[in-house]
Design a binder for this molecule. Structure first.
Ligand code: ADP
Ligand code: ASP
Ligand code: MG
Length: 419
């Protein structure tokens, strides 16, 4: 008997038939004698609809009330799933985040989980009942509802798994594992049997939305055994011998053969800002990026050119497209202070990244990336690297072409899939 967390995303609970299918998956594990906690997202499209309502009511609004609205989708899906389970003879009850409670910071819209009291969940296990828990939501120390950022149910699931000391945390979604790149963009993407926490962390933070970044970070630090698998597999299909129905996120030393590049991630909706003719003197970077940080604007890539005349320089950085307007407001306020001559913006950029722990010990990986992009006539605006990833910023129109070309250049194409 094991203790397990099963998480089901939006598409997996998208309609009544799918909720019944989820219930059948849960019943399989429950009937096998396991303690089961289920974490669910809102039905697909619902969170987007709720976010839309908050924007329609007021462009600038109280973030605490935003969380009250957007967390509502999960309330519906937990209730429906608990009913579906009861309907097939599985004793279950639903919990909202605040009822557990899932305690979080008070950063509304992007709260971090600080603590989960596991006692209510484990008491339910004693009664041989299934706990159905709303993902994405928690409660701040001030008693206000919070949400964990888009895709946050993954993080709820991993946090519950850590709190109840689960043997595993299975993330059921609409793909059957983690692929070398988004299989919706590249049909030749191949499923990975295993991927290291570190690589998955990079992939997620660089745009692969199959797992929320924070969930991977938490799984890595709390040693949660995390698997991504499909909710569309038949609930009564026999489990594979090795227990790996999808992709296991694990320690690097559990992976036998390590490719140089394991995967390619992309993020559209990036915007590039260049501050021209800024004074080249100590403290300038702090005077630019301090106010942006104070406004909670997430700055990603940064490059500063060497001043040709020793007096003036250009600073380029990227933010997500939906932060561009706020960024420009901040820049307008500090422009005089930093002595900036002009500002250029390019709102339609994409960041393409190659990820792999094998890069640590291989030369020429970056060179190949630049050559492939050059051969396709794709201009690189900004480059950034870390030990296990290389990212480039390019025009968004070329994102798909770049991902496909790189995927095949690094030998990741699954030959069994027709191009
Ligand atoms: P859920 O609603 O279950 O949380 P998401 O839509 O958040 O599902 O995440 C699953 C999606 O992530 C897939 O449908 C796929 O298009 C996308 N995705 C992006 N990159 C990858 C990748 N490398 N491997 C698998 N899926 C990926
Ligand atoms: N329902 C939330 C969202 O759409 C959380 C999640 O799906 O993980 O972002
Ligand atoms: Mg998701």
């Amino acid at each position: 008997m094991a203790r397990i967390v099963m998480k089901f995303g939006g598409t997996s609970v998208g309609d009544i038939a799918r909720i019944r299918n989820v219930a059948a998956h849960v019943k399989r594990e429950f009937d096998a004698g396991h303690d089961v906690a289920v974490v669910v997202s809102a039905m697909s499209g619902e969170t987007n609809r709720l976010v839309g309502l908050t924007r329609d009511i007021a462009r600038v609004h109280d973030a605490r009330e935003y969380d009250v609205v957007v967390s509502a989708g999960e309330q519906v899906s937990v209730g429906l799933l608990a009913m579906a389970l009861q309907d097939i003879g599985v004793a279950a009850r639903s919990w909202l985040g605040w009822q557990i409670p899932v305690k979080t910071s008070d950063v509304h819209g992007a709260a971090r989980i600080s603590n989960i009291d596991a006692s209510a969940i484990t008491a339910l296990f004693e009664e041989k009942r299934v706990a159905v828990i709303a993902g994405f939501q928690g409660v701040s120390s001030a008693g206000r509802l919070t949400t964990l950022g888009r895709g946050g149910s993954d993080t709820s699931a991993v946090a519950v798994a850590a709190a109840i000391n689960a043997d595993r945390c299975d993330i059921y979604t609409d793909v059957d594992g983690v692929y070398t790149t988004d299989p919706r963009l590249v049909p030749q993407a191949g499923k990975l049997e295993r991927i290291s926490y570190e690589e998955m962390l990079e992939m997620a933070s660089l745009g692969a939305k199959v797992l929320q970044t924070r969930s991977v970070e938490l799984a890595m630090t709390r040693h949660v055994r995390l698997q991504v698998r499909s909710s569309f597999d038949a609930p009564d299909a026999p489990e594979p011998q090795n227990g790996l129905a999808g992709t296991l996120i694990c320690n690097e030393d559990e992976i036998m053969e390590q490719e140089i590049v394991s995967g390619i991630a992309y993020a559209r909706s990036e915007a590039k800002i260049t501050l021209l003719g800024v004074a080249d003197q100590p403290g300038i970077a702090a005077r630019i990026f301090g106010p942006l940080a104070d406004a909670s604007i997430n700055v990603d890539m940064i490059v500063q050119n060497v001043a040709a005349d020793g007096a003036k320089t250009d600073v380029t950085f990227t933010v997500s497209q939906d932060e561009l307007e706020r960024t420009m407001d901040v820049i307008a306020q500090i422009r005089e202070d930093i002595d900036c001559a002009d500002v250029n913006t390019a709102p339609d950029m994409a960041k393409i990244s190659i990820v792999g722990v094998g890069m640590r010990s291989h030369a020429g990986v970056a060179q190949k990336m630049f050559t492939v992009l050059a051969d396709k006539g794709i201009n690189i605006h900004v480059i950034s690297t870390s030990e296990i990833k290389i990212s480039v910023l390019i025009d968004s129109d070329y994102a798909e072409l770049a991902v496909r070309a790189l995927h095949s250049a690094y030998g990741l194409d699954d030959e069994t899939v027709d191009a």
